[in-house]
Write a protein that binds this ligand. Sequence first.
Ligand SMILES: [Zn+2]
Length: 743
Amino acid sequence: MMLKHRDFILGLALFGSENPQHINKSVFKVIVMKLSKIATVTAIIFAANSVMFAHAAGGGAVHADHGHGNSHQHFHPQGKPPSKHTLALHESLKKSLPFEDARDFEESKKGFIAKPEFTKIMADAGHVAWDIGSYQFLLEGKDFTSIHPSLQRQAVLNMAYGLYEVVPDRIYQIRGFDLANMTLIKGDTGWIIFDPLTAKETAAAALAFANEKLGKRPVVAVIFSHTHVDHFGGVRGVVDEQDVVSGKVPVIAPEGFMREAIAENVFAGNAMARRVQYQYGVLLARNPFGHVDQAIGKNIANGNTGLIAPNKFISKDFEEVTIDGVTMVFQNTPDTEAPVEMNTYFPQFKAFWAAENITGTIHNIYTLRGAQVRDALNWSKHINKALYKFGDDVEVMFASHSWPRWGKERVQEVMRAQRDMYANMNNQVLHYANQGVTINEIHNVYQAPPSLQRQWAARSYHGSEGHNTRGIINRYLGYWDGNPTTLVPLSPRDSAPLYVEMMGGAAKIIAKAKQLNEQGKYLEATEILNKLVYAEPQNQEARNLLADAFEQLGYQKESTGVRNSFLQAAYELRSGLPQGLAPRPTGPDVIRALPTALWLDFLGISMDSRRADGMNFTINLITPDNNEKFLLEMSNATLTNIADYQAKNPTLTITVDRADLNGVMMGITSFEALEEQGKAKFDGDRSAYEQLKSLMVVFTPNFEMMPGTVNAAPTPASANRNNSAPRYDAKPFEYVIYTTEED
Ligand SMILES: [Zn+2]
């Protein structure tokens, strides 16, 4: 389907006019599709229902339009097939990779009971929350030359769909209903559920299907293995909050769960939301030229995401709990795949639940959406602990993603492969760093040991060795390579024109880049084209050539996040970024769980310091219903806050219940409205409040990533070139969180 920049702008203008009957129907449909895909992943899984969101979020359904029946055609008019260089690379990989080892396929099919008639799961709001059918092309038994052969293998393995038995009459999994698996443990009277998926709708559908096939049983306990949303967001689909509050149904999580479930996405949340569009390739159609897999599953479900606070926390290294006749030995594994996470051993069944610590891929040490670099060595050590504590007895290992492994030897083999891969990356990267290899070189120097390269369980579909090894140097040494030239580098926009001038101008660069692309030297082509695109953002020929190079690099990558990032950037260079997404108010579950102090810190991030020069005030904030007090101080164009202190002579005192403040944070009410209702009290000089309000900027996940991208908002670094002002918000204190799969 053809779609050019003009069409985007035209379509969006009409879309905004609420007069869609005048739009060419197909253009309108595509616009909605583009918006929907962004909405799907970035615009707040915690979204409340809204007409816009419901309308725009038909993700799966529109993928079907784009993907089905059309799977061998590129989804973009300027898209290219794989080049002869890409084809040759894939052919050589087919010979060197251990395809003769097909045990993963047997294991992923073992215990299959049934799959549902349906392939789509609808959200309560009326749109498609999940559509496994949009990836049907992967089951045609074809080799797709636009997909790295190892990634295609993984993408097929992740097509498991339905109900599976892990331990006869005791442990079951629902796979392919969401990014993660839902696991059901049969107790004496009911189900113990491990990790209730991302959305209420997919979780409810999974539980209903299990009950239909295995006999209806009540949910007697829920376990959150860790703090990522694909492991707790669907909890309202399997349990009633009253039963948790009353203590009737235990909800168990590792110590620190509530803090970490919120904290990871707060301060840099908007930047992460924009970057996750790259990691998850949200503008890509689901077809062999676009989105094919997400390493630990197909994609993220798009439905109602919630959070119920656990009523029991696991704090010891190992802790035994028996519920409904099922004994569980929890193993805390903090600072591994998530800030807090826990494995579980079931001694009665000789079964080991590896949470997300051991799955069918090497994971992200550094995650491309952006997050603090994880501790690969610590991760390896926790796998080792599990191996030595449970490995002699274990008969099956299963996890929150991927498929189980049966038999002690096989389980130990996989545990060792991943233990060694994480440790090897950490140790060998530091081995090189200690001899002077820098963050700018390590990905070209490090190679996994040949014995690990030949094990599927040690391959990197989620992380990649390239970005993980750079992350490890970043964790220990930071971003600087030690060369003063890179200590205070020119901004790319400032260095690029100098390069272009010295290289002899655009025509020469374009001629050379064409030659490099034809030779399959895609990285070299990106090196010079990137300079030209920064120097001349409106040079569409340069942008198209850079997109061509990115596209081939994407086809060549084994890691989903890396593939998607190259392909998404190619899309944006060719067509620009669709606009029109408003930030969504955060859902009530998360707002309730957000500590006031964290929100106040976020106000310090949201205010534009440049406009606060000369402002001096103090505000005492009192929230009587939860007995909290804060002192906010504006000085030196900086907002700070401290809990449990009050200014003796504050400029202003605001008294409001935290329960009412939640509405302000969600953007569904304002301080002014609360004051009118008698729910907020202002004592003193309210100009302090007015000044603070005037500084607040709303963040939206549509800023420019590639220079000059059509429709993308300029960044402050590029804004002085086109005088774009920051967007001050009508609801200045709204707290916007973009939930991301933390993976
Ligand atoms: Zn996960």
